[in-house]
Design a protein around this ligand. Structure first.
Ligand SMILES: Cc1cc2nc3c(=O)[nH]c(=O)nc-3n(C[C@H](O)[C@H](O)[C@H](O)COP(=O)(O)OP(=O)(O)OC[C@H]3O[C@@H](n4cnc5c(N)ncnc54)[C@H](O)[C@@H]3O)c2cc1C
Length: 312
């Protein structure tokens, strides 16, 4: 097909996280000979998906001592391969679901598939400022996280002041959740009002462990002199007055939303207003019969490895 190497398959799986690999393990064991495209830095995430961007995963059953995210995804991949799933480290850039069999394209391959499982996940949005990154001088995964539910219970946050950036329902939920662990939680919001639902706001305002830093953005994260390379605090700028204040915290959680990886679909299946694939309630069926969606690409509520694996 147009000079591309062409493959025919019963099932093509797009993605590389727990949803994609669970689907691959089940399909391979059912002798459907699935082809899986794990992407090559698709959405700037390594093959393996979001878990490759974190350290210890402590809430995935079967690993009582926790497991590194990268090791867990390596295990998923090995298990898929063990049962014969064929894995390509390429990103699917285009699809054609207008007729059966379905067609999918990477830069070098075309796939003709009877069925498709979309498991391309989502990306937790992050902010960039001095100290927010990885490596030397940055506190990503050393105090800064984009997932309070995943990381909030870590010992470095216990009994310490914490902060959340955001103003929507997730920010309210994450701040409330973090009060179980932190000594107090500051929500930093760039406006003078939240867009979260009223009930979520009320819960936050009624919680004595939460305070709100209105009209403010974080301009810098700095380290804790005593504890080496972990987060010690933030420089927070009031966008109205221009004043910069110091906020001592041991944890900072971005709760500014996720972006589902659905652009490459070009409208081939129905998406909701936030860009997530719409599935029929209680199933993984999309608007196109024979095309299924699993994991975070169709789930903006639970967004956990175990739920992604469950739908896969
Ligand atoms: C920092 C952080 C820490 C987390 N910690 C935990 C935790 O401790 N416990 C927990 O349960 N959950 C945790 N999560 C959430 C968990 O990682 C996700 O819920 C889960 O990984 C979602 O799995 P998924 O299969 O939907 O896909 P994802 O993990 O989102 O992976 C999908 C992957 O598919 C690939 N892809 C995307 N587009 C294409 C394409 N067009 N072609 C080919 N490949 C493509 C990319 O590599 C992409 O990353 C964490 C998330 C983050 C961001």
């Amino acid at each position: 097909m147009n000079g591309l190497e062409t493959h025919n398959t019963n099932l093509c799986i797009v993605g590389s996280g727990p949803a994609a690999h669970t689907a691959a393990i089940y399909a391979a064991r059912a002798e459907l000979n699935p082809l899986l495209f794990e992407g090559w830095m698709a959405n700037d995430i390594a093959p393996g998906g979001q878990l490759t961007t974190t350290t210890d995963v402590e809430n995935f059953p079967g690993f009582p001592d926790g497991i590194l995210g990268a090791d867990l995804t390596d295990n998923f991949r090995r298990q898929s391969e063990r049962f014969g799933a064929k894995i390509f480290t390429e990103t699917v850039t285009k699809v054609d679901f207008s007729s059966k069999p379905f067609k999918l394209f990477t830069d070098s391959r075309a796939v003709i598939a009877d069925a498709v499982i979309l498991a391309t996940g989502a990306v937790a949005k992050r902010l960039t400022f001095p100290g927010s990154g990885e490596g030397t001088g940055g506190f990503w995964n050393r105090g800064i996280s984009a997932c309070a539910v995943c990381d909030g219970a870590a010992p470095i946050f216990r009994g310490k002041p914490l902060a959340v950036i955001g103003g929507g329902d997730s920010a309210m939920e994450e701040a409330s959740f973090l009060t179980k662990y932190g000594s107090k939680v500051s929500i930093i919001h760039r406006r003078d009002a939240f867009r979260a639902s009223k009930i979520m706001q009320q819960r936050v305002f009624a919680n004595p462990k939460i305070d709100v830093v209105w009209n403010s953005t974080v301009v810098e994260a700095y380290g804790d002199g005593e504890r080496g390379g972990v987060l010690g605090g933030l420089k927070v700028k009031n966008v109205v007055t221009g004043d910069v204040e110091d906020l001592r915290v041991s944890g900072l959680f971005f709760a500014i939303g996720h972006e589902p990886a659905t652009r490459f679909l070009g409208g081939a299946v129905e998406l909701d207003s936030d860009g997530y694939v719409v599935t029929k309630a209680g199933t993984t069926e999309t608007s196109v019969a024979g095309v299924f969606a699993a994991g975070d690409v169709q789930d903006k509520k639970y967004r956990q490895a175990v739920t992604a694996a469950g739908t896969g």
